[in-house]
Design a protein around this ligand. Structure first.
Ligand code: URA
Length: 462
């Protein structure tokens, strides 16, 4: 194959035949294409695009560049969720054990964070003893036994994506819908799924800043996922505000565990906007306080129940998922999952009982009464990254203890001196300077803004 002529064809806007795409992905994986030529091809694709057939060929060739997980035949459908990522987005953590309890098998192959967006594996690394890197045999074995696993990609899974993503990262070709589609779906298709739900974020802290761009990406992924035999749906969700009330690796694990705690019947329909005379928010149950997280977890589960014909309607599916979460079984499944992946449960529970693990904790308080109108996810993400809770480069180390919790969310009523956020920092001066920076992340207004989490559901591209 003359790769130079393929680069030139794409540069001129021509369509590449599927067999040529398969061929160059094979050569790339075998180390036969130099980085400078592949980077040139990626730039040609960035400007000229790929049509549906080309994107499909690239996705399948990338999937087949390494091992595809193989599972024994079983009644339980194989399902997963993928999020394009955001601040405080910890949905995978409570969702995996919930889905396992709903009778699914969940091969949740996840990634690490880069920049302001946290990574599921980084969060899990904060659990004492937990192993995120498992061989393929162990991944399959755990799924068959426990029902779920959350781990990293093995070296032998989708190696072409590793190479292409590394080159995109340094060649300015990350924001390209066909390349993003192929990258995400090649990894999901290597899990041999029956159904996939995508959470495509839009907003100031999202990969796709506008809803229109998020919709374009969601439609491309939904169309291709379905064409490749995986029942695929997408939700477009807001990422102008962090998800839940905590951001930062260990704090997000704590919040995920709280989300799995059953909510007592009497509290299930309480409003998240009430507060007591002391100015504290009225809800005392940790699970009841993190409603947007819980809502999104339940929505993801409900869609997968419908997609796999386990429920006829979304309303029935929501009820099934909610009942399961409130049964307490997913909380027990969480323990089973982390123990199966090497966690020291005693050390984990001791850590969970601590109010904080960071050396310095400072509260940011409201300067006036009103309603929270803005809680800026990008600024919050930047502060946590600068604390060392995220990565500036792939090689950066991570501080698992830093972050922010007790976030006041848009729509909530606050009094003067109500807590808007609690800052967990490596030392007092870091905490104080973050407090000053974070003041601008919040806006308090006289009227509450309209609530919105799941903005749009995309079931097919048409
Ligand atoms: N996540 C991926 O895995 N790949 C992309 O290209 C973008 C986000």
């Amino acid at each position: 194959m003359n790769f130079l002529s393929l680069i030139e064809s794409k540069r001129e806007g021509q369509t590449l035949a599927p067999e040529l795409i398969e061929y160059f992905v094979r050569d790339l994986t075998a180390g036969k294409i130099p980085d400078y030529q592949m980077a040139a091809m990626l730039m040609a694709i960035y400007f000229r695009g790929l049509d549906t057939a080309e994107t499909r060929a690239l996705t399948l060739a990338m999937r087949d560049s390494g091992d595809v997980l193989k599972f024994p035949k079983d009644q339980r459908p194989l399902v997963d969720k993928h999020s394009t990522g955001g601040i405080g987005d910890k949905v995978s953590l409570p969702l995996a054990p919930l889905l396992a309890c709903l009778g699914f098998r969940v091969p949740m192959i996840s990634g690490r964070g880069l920049g302001i967006t946290g990574g599921t594996l980084d969060k899990l690394d904060s659990i004492p003893g937990f192993k995120t890197l498992l061989p393929a045999g162990k991944i399959v074995g755990q799924i068959q036994k426990v029902g779920c696993v959350i781990c990293g990609q093995t070296d032998r899974m989708v190696p072409a994506d590793k190479k292409i993503y590394a080159l995109r990262d340094v060649s300015g070709t990350v924001p390209c819908i066909p390349l993003i589609t192929a990258s995400i779906l090649s990894k999901k298709l290597a899990e041999s799924l029956d159904a996939l739900v995508l959470d495509v974020k839009f907003g100031c802290a999202a990969f796709m800043q506008t809803k229109a761009d998020a919709r374009k990406l969601a439609k491309a992924m939904v169309a291709l996922g379905n064409e490749c035999g995986v029942n695929t749906r997408a939700m477009l969700t807001d990422m102008n505000t962090p998800l839940g009330r905590a951001a930062g690796n260990w704090l997000e694990v704590k919040e995920s565990v709280a989300c799995l705690e059953p909510i007592p019947c009497s509290r299930r329909r309480e409003s998240a906007h009430s507060f007591s005379k002391s100015g504290q928010r009225g809800l005392t149950s940790a699970a009841a306080e993190i409603n947007d997280l819980r809502e999104l977890v339940l929505d993801c589960a409900a869609h997968l129940l419908v997609q796999t014909h386990r429920a006829k309607t979304l309303a029935a599916a929501r009820k099934q998922a909610e009942d399961c979460l409130n049964s307490g079984a997913p909380r027990k499944k969480w323990d089973e999952m982390i123990v199966a992946q090497g966690a020291d449960l005693k050390a984990f529970n001791q850590k969970l009982a601590l109010d904080h693990t960071a050396p310095a904790v400072v509260e940011l308080k409201a300067e006036k009464p009103g309603f929270v109108a803005k809680c800026d996810a990008r600024l919050i993400g930047e502060v946590i990254r600068d604390f060392g809770g995220g990565r500036l480069t792939k090689e950066s180390g991570i501080n698992y203890d830093v972050g922010i919790d007790r976030l006041a969310k848009p729509g909530e009523a606050v009094r003067k001196n109500s807590v808007l956020a609690r800052i967990h920092a490596a030392d007092q001066s870091q905490a104080n300077s973050a407090c000053t920076r974070l003041r601008t992340a919040f806006e308090i207004s006289a009227k509450p803004p309209p609530p919105r989490l799941v903005a749009e559901i995309i079931v097919s591209s048409r």
